[in-house]
Design a protein around this ligand. Structure first.
Ligand code: NAD
Length: 260
């Protein structure tokens, strides 16, 4: 089967850089009209330019996903421009505001991470539901993390990302009869520009090598690795897949066999 998003309209949040940008471009290459939704207008314009380079259609919408009014305006603008919404990728987020181990974070750090990573996904999912149902169905993909499974620091980020499992599964069961599928992606370390800079700042090649040691496939992921997984979950290739979590982590969570 050829992966084809022709006639589909997709909203990708956090598409001004990194993983979200790779997803937006990949979806456009597959034929979708893409809304690049982000708080970063400059990065958003760069993503739109990359989409146009592929011959696709992309539109930037300035939105803070943790703000219900912004999210409502984004959905309205998308429907007006494209006449419906078929795909939502809840990708905006990250470990924000100095997230850390429990004893080192304050309440505002906790709330910021929950607001953007979890409440933002709730707001966007809820806002697109009527459009998807009216159009006969849709597909939602929520960007979680291996942190949701492993208990490795970043308490508020990890808590928000595991909340996405329940959000996604409840959407899957509540709206499956309306043709809506909902799934989660859990990436391991993905070498985006921002991530590379963070690794440099926290110790350079030593830290990099230490992390790499944990990966069965002996490499970190690329934004394109995640974009391919998102394309699968957003297309008819996964038409019998809903309420599940897809790990894109190079074997990190599987653990290593050091017996060789
Ligand atoms: P990134 O920082 O490159 O991109 C995140 C994007 O989200 C940015 O464009 C930013 O402007 C946008 N954003 C942040 N807050 C926002 C808000 N309130 N409203 C709208 N947009 C907002 O990060 P990335 O590495 O590409 O991460 C993308 C997603 O993948 C995140 O949810 C992150 O938690 C998840 N993830 C990343 C990795 C990794 O190693 N890179 C691993 C696991 C999960």
């Amino acid at each position: 089967m050829i992966v084809d998003l022709d006639d589909d309209v997709a909203i990708v949040t956090g598409a001004a850089s990194g993983i979200g940008r790779a997803i937006a471009v990949r979806f456009a290459e597959a034929g979708a009209d893409v809304v690049v939704a982000d708080i970063d207008a400059d990065g958003g314009a760069d993503t739109v330019a990359q989409i146009e380079d592929t011959g696709g259609t992309g539109v930037f919408v300035d939105v803070d996903v943790s703000d219900g009014d912004d999210v409502g305006a984004m959905v309205e603008a998308t429907s007006e421009r494209f006449g419906g919404i078929d795909i939502l990728v809840n990708n905006a987020g990250g470990s924000l505001a100095g997230d850390d181990n429990l004893h080192r974070i304050d309440e505002s750090t906790w709330r910021t991470n929950i607001d953007v990573n979890l409440t933002g996904s709730f707001l966007c999912s809820k806002a697109v539901l009527p459009e998807m149902a009216a159009g006969g169905g849709g597909r939602m993909v929520h960007m979680s993390s291996v942190n949701a499974l492993m208990g490795i620091g970043l308490t508020s980020y990890s808590s928000a990302k595991s909340g996405l499992f329940a959000l996604s599964r409840t959407i899957a069961t509540q709206y499956g009869r309306h043709g809506i599928r909902s799934n989660v992606i859990c990436p391991g370390t993905i070498e985006t520009e921002n991530r590379r800079r963070e690794m440099e700042a926290s110790g350079g090649s030593d830290v990099r090598d230490e992390w790499l040691e944990q990966y069965a496939l002996d490499r970190f992921g690329t934004p394109d690795d995640v974009a391919d997984a998102a394309l699968y979950l957003a297309s008819d290739m996964s038409s019998f897949v809903t309420g599940t979590e897809l790990l894109v982590d190079g074997g990190l969570t599987t653990g290593l066999d050091h017996s060789l």
